[in-house]
Design a binder for this molecule. Sequence first.
Ligand code: ZN
Length: 127
Amino acid sequence: MPFICENVECRAVLARGQVKPKREDSGWCFYCPDCKARNVLNDVGVPGGSLELVQPERSGLPHKVVATARQLEEGGYAAQLRVQRALGTRGTYAVEEHWDQLGVFLNAQEAVAHAKTVAADLLERKA
Ligand SMILES: [Zn+2]
């Protein structure tokens, strides 16, 4: 099993020989050679036996949610959400979902604020 960088912007797939696991005060980890992101590792080896490092199981791959406001022709701003699900391999995102009409607001700030609230709910449900 290769390691996969958990940085959604990176998602580098790394052969075990490519990473240098480090033991820090908070536990094992490795730093992505591409983006330098810290990735957590768990030691699942038997105590006193050989070290066996795995990446912790995640319920899902990281998501990227972008909250934006779109100006409407008829006036006002629609709160908009772009959700990106990362693939298990490096590269583009697997799915991008749009919710065009989360609500219509008088100004852009309110629309973005609303989209962010929806985004936070969404990410919380995933966690
Ligand atoms: Zn990375």
